[in-house]
Design a protein around this ligand. Structure first.
Ligand code: HEM
Length: 431
């Protein structure tokens, strides 16, 4: 039912937006002839078979290049590390192309504006600053909301909290990046005004990134400061909670890895100390990617496979991290959860936080949230599979990626067994 209604939503949106799509991009006259290549052995319009096996609900598609269309917007998807490095590090910066009150947010800003904002924001997310963050009150949404806006919410016990409901509404509108340029020209935003109005009013400050920015930096305007605090919530919420969900699932389905991790935690924190300094010490010790290349010049890359690829101006280039992280050329037994993996020596084949100047600015913070959550949970609970826990969840994840662009799948149930009450009480959790 969910899949059907998601499809229905797509059809409805497509029909209502089709007049816009016709004027959407630079390739409107001959959009389907826009892919340029020099080598006749190069990629064809809908992909060329090579080493990429991409299993989707039993259907295996092989490609090393995928050329497709998002509406009439041409999209080039590539996994070649040289291409990835050139795009992410050397040649251009990326952005997600939203407009409205998030137009000044770091993830949307371009070129010089982006450089200025990134330079100002980076010091707010150093390890030193992170030590000031209160991370123990709640997780994912709760943590990013409290650290960005200083608002304490408890999304678990109070799912109808306005922050929680508005955030979920916002995420539903992240589905159509390709129509952003048109909307921007028309000064229209797809984001529901009631939702965005909600995020317009800064809440009361105790410690937050907003507070840090307000106190320390005068290089940003008020509007820009508020946009950064908002985007930290949007960028940090689903990413962090998905990471925690999938990590819990993997630990529950791999009890040996879970026990090894618990042993390491117990060795480092034998008394189950939960003081901030100890936890942060542990953190320090332990050590879908879509790029819009709006104004770039045509780029030419010599790829590993000896092709020369010319990427025209305005082409959307996508680096499908999900597929890259399962590429048999780089990963042995690519579906296996093996945290000790060492086979990847090329940094551009493992991109959980992107790469280059526009990589995830919240990476340290995200790792901190995830590690602290896992440490505290493993000290007290054993993650177990539940009778309804699916053996394999990745097909469901892939379907949801294709249908609505999120990393969610149907909820998978895990059992959290209290360590001190072995066998006495299970807490069943939907992730
Ligand atoms: C496990 C959690 C997270 C993952 C997997 C993740 C991943 C990513 C990725 C892949 C990018 C895109 C990089 C690119 O375009 O090349 C990104 C950008 C970004 N992330 Fe994260 N992220 C996470 C958590 C967070 C958190 C907690 C915050 C905020 C505190 C955050 C803030 C941002 C921002 C602001 C950008 C845009 C940076 C820029 O354009 O300069 N992320 N993230």
């Amino acid at each position: 039912t969910i899949a059907r209604s998601a499809h229905a939503a797509w059809v409805w949106h497509f029909l209502s937006l089709s007049p816009l799509l016709l004027h959407n991009n630079q390739f409107q006259h001959h959009p389907f002839g826009c892919f340029v290549r020099e080598d006749s052995a190069g990629p064809n319009a809908l992909g060329c078979s090579s080493r990429w096996p991409w299993c989707c609900n039993g259907l295996t598609v092989c490609f090393s290049w995928l050329r497709s269309f998002d509406g009439r917007q041409p999209v080039l998807a590539g996994l070649d590390p040289i291409l990835i490095k050139n795009i992410l590090v050397k040649e251009c910066y990326t952005n997600f192309g939203l407009n409205g009150i998030l137009g000044s947010a770091i993830s949307m800003a371009e070129d010089e504006k982006w450089k200025r904002i990134r330079t100002v924001l980076s010091p707010a997310l150093t390890s030193g600053k992170l030590k000031e963050v209160n991370i123990f009150e709640a997780y994912s949404m709760d943590v990013v909301v409290s650290t960005s806006f200083s608002v304490n919410i408890d999304s678990m016990s109070n799912p109808s909290d306005p922050f929680v409901t508005n955030m979920k509404k916002f995420l539903r509108f992240m589905l159509f990046p390709f129509i952003a340029p048109v909307l921007e020209k028309m000064n229209v935003t797809l984001l529901p005004s009631r939702v965005m109005d909600f995020f317009k009013v800064p809440k009361i400050v105790v410690f937050s990134f907003l507070h840090v920015l307000l106190c320390i930096f005068s290089a940003l305007s008020d509007e820009e400061i508020l946009a950064q605090a908002r985007v930290f919530v949007f960028a940090g919420y689903e990413t962090t909670s998905s990471t925690l969900s999938y990590l819990s699932y993997n630990l529950a389905t791999h009890p040996d890895v879970q026990q090894q991790l618990r042993d390491e935690i117990d060795a480092y924190l034998p008394n189950r100390v939960k003081e901030g300094e100890e936890m942060l010490g542990l953190y320090q010790k332990a050590g879908w990617k879509q790029d819009r290349m709006e104004e770039m010049l045509p780029l030419r890359f010599h790829l590993l496979c000896t092709l020369v690829v010319t990427i025209p101006k305005h082409m959307v280039v996508m680096i499908p991290a999900y597929v890259l992280h399962r590429d048999l050329a780089y990963w042995l037994e690519q579906e296996e959860f093996r945290p000790e993996r060492t086979e990847s020596i090329d940094p551009y084949t493992f991109l959980p936080f992107g790469a280059g100047p526009r990589n995830c600015i919240g990476m340290r913070f995200a790792l901190l949230i995830v590690k602290v959550a896992v440490v505290v949970l493993l000290q007290h609970f054993s993650f177990r599979t539940f009778k309804d826990t699916p053996v394999r969840i990745w097909d469901g994840v892939l379907s949801s990626l294709l249908i609505d662009g999120t990393l969610s799948s149907d909820p998978h149930y895990l059992s959290f067994l209290k360590q001190s009450l072995l066998g006495c009480g299970d807490v069943n959790v939907a992730c």
